[in-house]
Design a protein around this ligand. Structure first.
Ligand code: AMP
Length: 401
């Protein structure tokens, strides 16, 4: 069965077509600038098929975007399937599942209503995810669809990890708590790490998902027991443009001084903070490394130092929270591609048995061990694959395996 995996944002839509039985990728791409024009990229993965590099296609809504994707997939020349009948189901990434979803879910009216109820918790993402679902319903009314939630994997956290120390009624009445995000990625890489460790009965793993958005998770026996993001993906580590944790009083202090509304303050923390703000160079780690290493830009180095320091601090915290650590995993854009970042984060962690092998750290592979043979804690780089996880869950729910 072929599964179409959709990750819909407000003006973009990433897609992959995956053969669920063989777990092979057949095609992928992205629709961008939806609603303000439209750019379409299509990358078939079969030999002899031609890639479509960012062409203009008018996409006033997500409906046209999905239709453009489907047309490309069945195109007689460069398509990868002969008809729509080959698509068995659609799997959607949905960012916020609130307290309601500890698992992926077949999409029906009740599921849609529950995703809508989570909009106040995920105002930036859930409405866009719903637009993707609605567009697929319109273009493929007969296909079963599944929602896979970024928050679901972290639903195993104990109350001491997910509760904020604020009046309890805000948790009871308003669902204010830590939810955590990147759950599909944390689930995938922690699962692969357990495989690479030889499937021990017990395991303590710290997963470092370091990309444009970054989060760490502490996983005991394959279950998340804590994670750095909170009610929203703004919390935890400093990120590309997000501040991560700050003293909440800063909101009142700055809004008093500059007359910002709460909405404007949150916008600053989401879009104008993080390593972009500290460096005043870029939110992109490659730009920061270039500015620091090749142009001696001290602010870019400061931003990198801050990022490495905060990740290292959380690694220490999670080792303490779990009473030890067997393995640390690096994943996502920076985690997979930045050996210098990995080395800088792990610097000084030999006291807890973390020793990086310089040679292994600079080798490239989708999955590899980068710690020395005598390192007490194993350190891995594992390329994340959220789309495969979504395809797996979709296939499982649709075939009820
Ligand atoms: P993601 O959000 O997972 O796509 O990650 C995006 C981030 O990964 C950006 O900040 C990129 O600069 C960073 N990244 C990608 N490739 C590299 C690389 N070779 N070295 C350092 N950072 C990289």
């Amino acid at each position: 069965m072929k599964i179409l995996v959709i990750n819909a944002g407000s003006s973009s839509l990433k897609y992959q077509l995956i053969d669920a039985e063989s777990e092979t990728l057949l095609a992928k791409g992205v629709c961008e600038r939806i609603g303000i024009g439209g750019k379409f990229t299509y990358k078939p993965q079969l030999e002899g098929k031609q890639q479509v590099k960012a062409v203009d296609v008018l996409m006033p809504t997500h409906n046209e975007a999905i239709q453009t994707v489907l047309d490309a997939l069945v195109d007689p020349v460069n398509g990868v399937i002969s008809s729509m009948d080959e698509i068995g189901a659609v799997g959607h990434r949905v960012v916020h599942g609130g307290k309601k979803f500890g698992e992926s879910c077949l999409i029906d009216d009740m599921c849609i209503a529950a995703i809508k109820e989570c909009i106040p918790l995920g105002p930036l993402h859930n409405p866009a995810n719903l637009m993707g679902i609605e567009a697929c319903t319109k273009c493929m009314p007969d296909k079963p669809q599944v929602a896979v939630f970024d928050t679901a994997f972290h639903q195993t956290m104990p109350p001491k990890a997910y509760l904020y120390a604020i009046p309890y009624e805000y948790y009871e009445n308003d669902d204010v708590r830590r939810y955590g995000f990147h759950g599909t990625s944390h689930k995938y890489v922690s699962g692969r790490c357990i495989d690479l460790l030889g499937n021990p009965e017990h395991s303590k793993i710290i997963c470092c998902h370091l990309g444009n958005g970054s989060s760490l998770s502490a996983c005991v026996d394959g279950k998340s027991i804590d994670t750095t993001m909170g009610l929203s993906p703004l919390a935890g580590l400093p990120m590309g443009t997000r501040s991560g944790d700050i003293d909440p009083t800063i909101l009142e202090y700055l809004s008093d001084r500059y007359g910002y509304s709460l909405k404007e303050m949150i916008e600053i923390l989401n879009k104008k903070s993080g390593v972009l703000a500290l460096s005043e160079v870029s939110s992109d780690f490659r730009d920061l490394e270039d500015a620091s290493w090749h142009h001696g830009n001290e602010r870019a180095q400061l931003a990198l130092d801050k990022f490495h320091y905060e990740v290292r601090k959380y690694i220490g915290a999670y080792a303490a929270a779990m009473g030890g650590v067997d393995a640390i995993v690096f994943t996502a854009g920076v985690g997979e591609n930045g050996p210098e970042t990995r080395a800088a984060i792990c610097e000084g962690l030999d006291f807890m048995g973390v020793k990086i092998c310089e040679k292994r750290n600079f080798e490239r592979a989708d999955e590899h061990l980068i710690s020395t043979d005598d390192s007490k804690v194993k350190v891995f780089v594992i390329a994340t694959n959220e789309e495969l996880m979504i395809a797996r869950d979709t296939y499982r729910l649709v075939t009820r395996r």
